[in-house]
Write a protein that binds this ligand. Structure first.
Ligand code: CP3
Length: 348
């Protein structure tokens, strides 16, 4: 059985075509998503395995992307152990009683996926059996820093003032917090792999808020802990963040096989900063997808040119699909990348 292109690209092996998938490919940009999802709470949709499996599969059917990503959320584990997290439409995760001191560590017990959130593994198993061996399922978790930012800020933040003040003012409590979140992420990823995921992605979406010194001291060690814990599983890992240009050299030390970057860093620079041992994922600006197709096509070609001919490029957007995106543009993008992608492509 041939290794799927996404998996091969993570390992920097030759591929029949450049693999492509889109962060947030399942979502409000798809009419079939809006129809199936209804208006309920996203956490309720996630906890219904049949619905979560259906929402996961929709973009694979429509776009012919090279991977499915499980319909779930980075706050599922902390929600499932009862930390008190909700997700507000249009806003994101909200925590009624934010983490503020050592005493709050008592609210973060270990996460036991099969008991606390059995629906995640059930949805993953449904998806994996539906997909078969040719299209991999990506399991995912939130990286410790990004999940901690929601717990400490109480919601989305612009300045990350509370979370930064906690890490600097009380490093011991901070490290205890992110270690617990690392163990939860690792447990979640391992259970998704047991259920059928064959690649995992760790979302450190907001890591770009940190200086290199802060990242090295306050985020990298817990991130390394996640990748170390799951390394015996033998599946490739992708580490992604937004605004991480100055952090890429450090992110290369996290233990991931591939690193995702946003549109602020051209992929040739990203490769230079990461070194030759990593695959790169990205990095078309999702806002470009709102432009006419000729513009999108030219920008996508520029991404492919920057990725170069060396092995190890996974085409993606630099962040999630915007809800107003025309699905037809994404279908055309998949076709273009499959036809014109060159990184590590086998001679025909
Ligand atoms: O195809 C997919 O990618 C869907 C699966 C998915 C969701 N969340 C479902 C969801 C994934 C991979 C995530 C990850 C996630 N969640 C991240 C990392 C990715 C990134 O964008 O950086 C983050 C930071 C979160 C936290 C979160 N959850 C946010 C910021 C939001 C958006 C709030 C909004 O409404 O704009 C959510 C809610 C959420 N999670 C939605 C979806 C499809 C949208 C709400 C809905 O459809 O009801």
């Amino acid at each position: 059985m041939a290794t799927p292109p996404l998996v091969a690209a993570c390992w920097r092996r030759p591929v029949p075509h450049t693999p492509v998938w889109f962060m947030r490919q399942a979502g409000r940009s798809l009419p079939e998503y809006r129809a199936a999802r209804g208006s309920g709470d996203v956490l309720a949709a996630i906890s219904d395995p049949a619905l979560a499996a259906e929402l996961t599969l929709q973009p694979v059917r429509r776009y012919g992307v090279d991977a499915a990503i499980l319909f779930s959320d980075i706050v599922v584990p902390v929600h499932a152990i009862g930390f008190g997290v909700t997700v507000e439409p249009g806003r994101g995760p909200v925590v009624a009683e934010p983490f503020s001191s050592k005493a709050d560590l008592g609210r973060l017990r270990p996460f036991i996926p099969e008991q606390d959130a059995p629906y995640v593994g059930e949805a993953a198993a449904l998806v994996a059996s539906e997909l078969g061996p040719d299209v991999p399922l990506i399991g995912f978790a939130g990286a410790p820093f990004t999940v901690a930012s929601y717990l400490v800020e109480g919601g989305p933040s612009r300045t990350f003032a509370r979370v930064k003040s906690l890490m600097h003012a009380d490093p011991a409590v901070w490290h205890a917090l992110v270690e617990r979140l690392a163990d939860m992420a690792a447990a979640s990823l391992a259970s998704q792999v047991r259920a059928g995921a064959s690649v995992v992605q760790l979302f450190d979406s907001w890591a770009g808020a940190l200086s290199p010194g802060e990242y090295q001291r306050f985020a990298l060690p817990a991130t390394q802990r996640v990748f170390e814990a799951i390394s015996p599983l033998g599946v490739p890992g992708i580490l992604f963040g937004v605004g991480t240009g100055e952090l890429l050299g450090l992110m290369a030390q996290a233990g991931a096989h591939a690193v995702g970057v946003d549109w602020r860093v051209p992929l040739d620079s990203a490769r230079a900063r990461l070194g030759p041992r990593h695959a790169v994922q990205g990095n078309l600006d999702p806002a470009i997808c709102l432009a006419p197709w000729e513009v999108v096509a030219e920008e996508a070609r520029e991404v492919l040119r920057r990725a170069g001919r060396a092995t190890g490029h996974i085409f993606n957007l630099g962040h999630g699909v915007l809800p107003e995106t025309d699905p037809g543009i994404l279908s055309a993008l998949v076709e273009l990348v499959h036809a014109e992608g060159r990184a590590g492509v086998l001679p025909r």
